[in-house]
Design a protein around this ligand. Structure first.
Ligand code: ADP
Ligand code: MG
Ligand code: MG
Length: 906
């Protein structure tokens, strides 16, 4: 039997149904389904997505040949139901040809309306309907759409408007009218003539008159539109595979442009912006197709309440609103009632918020589309929880309805919508860290801190950021960089801080000397106001008011629901009491990674630290470390306090020492003075610390093994803090973590130092505290020998940043030169530093967990890299059987939801 390529629908019957989206596309499948449940839909048929693949394999002619018989039969079916004939002069049937992929790609591909008209048929349509204006308006629209989409009519210069629009402007000017609907029937006839002349002129061909020729041209144009630039770009952004292809739906036309008893509109069963359970939408009387969204005329609201709200925002009087801008509810009450009943029926049927398109032809309502509506993160949470409360979905479905990453939008400040509408986009960069920020431009971290101390709000603008900018980043409202991608320093740090960031805005010419930014012909100075949207990457001139995102009761309810199903625990990466508190508020049940290096940077500590590093011998180092100890102990107290009763994994000092020493002359002179040695000595020592590959150099436990005094001091500070808190009745649960272990004995040495320092301290204080000693698994060798390491280590924490770096052999700081090309060529599907590479790095995680537990069955295993907050990676961690994931505070809710979804998927 021949393969079936065409599926018909109409008059309450359909060959397809809702769950056939892969074959019929979302639009085709739902048109079929609406037929089956008794919603009025004009009859038609859908050509499958498989034919799209054939089209690209076999070419146009072959595909038309394969389709001809089925299509002609399906057209005859429509003719029977509509009681008219395609191409007939006296009783013409007109068709629409529509695109539709599995996933909705609104506006990305092409549609052609009013197909089947020519100079003779249009006269027949006039006679049939007695409405010359309607017939010629339809013909004019058809020639324009077909010309644009199928015949490829384009402006000659990119500065020019669409050639047909140019002709309309020309005619309106000649007639001295302002609006399209003021053109007479004769004007419309004139337009069609000029349109066709323009087609002949540009393409050298006559406009096709044969109905079937028109139909095949349109069908092929829809297949072609799958590969147009904007569709390709959209797929890339949304991760939609090119292999899916588009279906083509051919359908009888219904007309919203037949006069004042006709209309067309778009509506939503709930609010897609804030999730409110309120039917809403827009419509236009005597209009067709995309008129509502095209912005030619101001559309009116569907409901009266929507109309009143709109009038208030737009400053329109009640009298004018109820007249010129009356809602559909008021203008066509009978139609409205039917529309409202059907939208309710559709939402109940699909059990989700619906986005629908409809047309009213001479007092009769027709549905043209329904789909699950796109929505903001906020609406996503509210709608899921409301549907659950309303008994329309169960708990597991509610949890699965929320995309974890979308929760991000709920947690950051947002721009005030009214203010945003008036703002001017200066430039676009990468949406590196979501949120909205507004403030004064400042170029240097130290200025940022000074300004912030004075109570000014600043945006730190840098060509790129480095660790030295941390303090400035911490006080800034947002961060904007000209260079660097989604894993650049600025991006990673900003996300960790939950701070808005736009990175890689290449069009910015930043002049640090003049303290100016030149961008697209504009010059901005230090102190000027700038606003950035880290969710979209947009940068605006001037100040835009922001409002704190409202974390609603629904959000809390969702999180509680997640906990009910979750097995994996979620901890946080936090280095300060402030971050620890935020994470607690978001529901983190411990700290999975507390880095200690930043504790050495501030104020007096950096001096003591430098003294330690620059010291000649162990004695000198101990002296300097003794100065740091009390500070560090205080830092730990703050963090343990915030995590009262929850475990805190503290990582011993990790980065290479050269990051701590002064590289500038002034700093070196200062240091020489403090230490009472010559600058030359300092300079030599700094020089001797520099390394070819610091990432692979003297860092991690290699530091602790060469300078055990550091490990000793840190152990005293950690356990000393815990002992002091014990007196105050606060429970600290320290887990001391040795970084960068590769060899069992590397770990054992450190463990020895830690345990003896602990015993010494406990003896001194006459009290003790429980703690554990474990290691990071971030070197492939550690994963390979995990059973050996687990014989000593009490826990594993997978440091997947370094583990990815070392497994791939990619330096994270140097990938910008090849990663974009790899992604472009599909050598890599995703950035492995953002999404855990399950096939490679993930296997090391799985193996190390299994090997470790073969020796120590209760070995606690967690992950603390950037991946700990990325949903697909979290789900992988669940499947591998880790005990917890740890991520930056603002990603805690995301990880909690992903963990619940992973448990449900089991
Ligand atoms: P998109 O996928 O871009 O939304 P559609 O295929 O939905 O494109 O077509 C766009 C618009 O054209 C629809 O919203 C509808 O107003 C109009 N349209 C499509 N098919 C018909 C039809 N059979 N009768 C009347 N209008 C139609
Ligand atoms: Mg549509
Ligand atoms: Mg590491």
């Amino acid at each position: 039997m021949e393969k079936k390529r065409v599926y018909t629908f109409g008059n309450g019957k359909a060959e397809g149904k809702a769950d056939m989206k892969n074959l019929l596309g979302g639009k085709g499948a739902n048109l079929a389904e609406m037929n089956l449940i008794g919603v009025p839909v004009p009859p038609g048929f859908t050509i499958t997505t498989e034919v799209c693949a054939e089209y690209y394999d076999l070419g146009q002619d072959k595909v038309v040949e394969l389709l001809t018989k089925e299509v002609e039969k399906a057209v005859a079916n429509i003719e029977g139901l509509m009681n008219s004939k395609f191409g007939d002069i006296e009783n013409p049937l007109l068709l629409s040809v529509r695109s539709g992929a599995r996933a909705s790609m609104p506006g990305m591909m092409d549609t052609i309306l009013n197909l089947g008209l020519n100079d003779e048929v249009v006269e027949g349509l006039v006679r049939k309907t007695g409405n010359a204006r309607f017939a010629w308006d339809s013909y004019r629209r058809f020639v324009q759409m077909y010309g644009d989409v199928v015949l490829g009519m384009k402006p000659t210069n990119k500065e020019d408007i669409d050639p047909f629009e140019a002709i309309i402007e020309e005619v309106k000017e000649e007639k001295g009218v302002a609006l399209d609907n003021q053109l007479t029937v004769d004007d419309l006839k004139d337009l069609v003539k000029r349109f066709k002349a323009a087609v002949k002129n540009q393409t050298g061909k006559d406009f096709p008159t044969c109905a079937y020729e028109q139909l095949w041209g349109a069908v092929c144009a829809v297949f072609n539109s799958w590969m147009n630039e904007r569709a390709i770009l959209y797929r890339k952004m949304e991760g939609i595979p090119a292999e899916w292809g588009t279906a083509v739906t051919v359908q009888a036309m219904v007309f919203g442009n037949m006069g004042d008893t006709s209309a067309t509109g778009v509506c939503f069963s709930r609010d897609a912006g804030n999730g409110e359970d309120l039917f809403n939408g827009e419509y236009l009387i005597n209009a067709q197709g995309e008129d509502v969204v095209a912005g030619i005329r101001t559309p009116m609201q569907i409901t009266k309440i929507g109309s009143q709200r709109w009038a208030e925002l737009a400053g329109v009087s009640e009298e004018k609103r109820a007249g010129e801008f009356a809602s559909l509810e008021e203008a066509m009450p009978e139609i409205y009632k039917e529309l409202d009943a059907i939208q309710t029926k559709l939402e109940n049927h699909y059990r989700d918020m619906q986005d629908m398109e409809f047309t009213v032809q001479d007092g009769k309502l027709w549905f043209l589309q329904t789909r699950n509506g796109k929505r903001t993160g906020f609406a996503m949470v509210k709608i899921a929880m409301d549907l659950l409360k309303q008994g329309m979905i169960d708990e597991k479905t509610a949890l699965n309805r929320v995309e974890p990453n979308k929760l991000d939008e709920l947690l950051h400040p947002v721009f005030d919508k009214k203010a945003l509408a008036k703002a001017n986009v200066l430039v676009k960069g990468l949406p590196a860290s979501p949120g909205a920020a507004t403030g004064q431009i400042v170029f240097f971290a130290d200025d940022a801190t000074v300004w912030a101390d004075e109570g000014r709000k600043v945006i730190l603008v840098r060509i790129e950021t480095s660790p030295e900018d941390l303090a400035g980043m911490a006080v800034a409202e947002g961060i904007l960089t000209a260079r660097g991608g989604m894993t650049s320093h600025a991006a990673v740090v900003a996300r960790g801080m939950g701070k808005c960031c736009v990175s890689g805005a290449g069009a910015l010419n930043i002049d640090y000397k003049k303290r100016t930014i030149e961008v697209n012909g504009k010059l901005l100075k230090e102190g000027d106001y700038l606003s950035i949207n880290g969710t979209t990457g947009e940068v605006y001139e001037g100040k835009i008011e922001t409002i704190a995102a409202e974390v609603s009761g629904d959000f809390d309810d969702l999180m509680k629901l997640a906990d009910k199903y979750t097995k994996l625990q979620v901890r946080t990466n936090a280095d300060t009491p402030h971050d620890a508190q935020i994470a607690r508020d978001f529901g983190a049940v411990g700290i999975g990674l507390c880095r200690t290096e930043h504790m050495f940077f501030e104020g007096e500590k950096i001096k003591a630290m430098r003294e330690m590093i620059l010291a000649e011998n162990a004695e000198g180092r101990k002296k300097a470390l003794a100065k740091i100890l009390p500070y560090q102990q205080e830092d730990f107290k703050g963090i343990f306090k915030a995590m009262n009763g929850f475990p805190v994994t503290v990582r011993l000092l990790d980065p290479p020492l050269h990051e701590f020493v002064p590289h500038d002359l002034k700093g070196q002179e200062d240091m020489a003075k403090t230490m009472g040695v010559s600058v030359e000595i300092i300079r030599q020592r700094v020089h001797s610390l520099s390394e070819q590959n610091p990432m692979l150099g003297h860092r991690g436990c290699r530091l602790g093994n060469t300078y055990p005094e550091i490990t000793e001091m840190q152990t005293r500070a950690i356990l000393g803090a815990a002992l002091e808190l014990k007196k105050e009745g606060i429970i600290a649960k320290p887990e001391i973590m040795v970084p960068l272990t590769g060899i069992l004995y590397e770990f054992k040495e450190q463990e020895g130092v830690i345990r003896s320092a602990a015993e010494k301290l406990f003896a001194e204080k006459g009290d003790r505290i429980d703690f554990s000693v474990g290691t990071m698994i971030e070197i492939p060798r550690a994963a390979l020998t995990a059973d050996r390491i687990a014989s000593s280590a009490e826990f594993f924490s997978f440091g997947t940043n370094d583990l990815t770096q070392l497994t791939f052999g990619y330096s994270r700081d140097d990938i910008a030169s090849f990663l974009p090309v790899y992604l472009e060529k599909k050598i890599l599907k995703v950035d492995p530093f953002q999404v855990l590479d399950q096939k490679g790095v993930g296997q090391l995680v799985r193996m190390a967990t299994e090997k470790g537990r073969s020796i120590r069955p209760d070995l606690k295993c967690g992950i603390c890299g950037e991946h700990g907050g990325e949903p697909s990676s979290v789900k992988f961690c669940h499947r591998v059987g880790l005990n917890y994931v740890s991520c930056s505070p603002f990603r805690v809710p995301i990880a909690r939801l992903a963990a619940a979804q992973a448990a449900i998927e089991e």
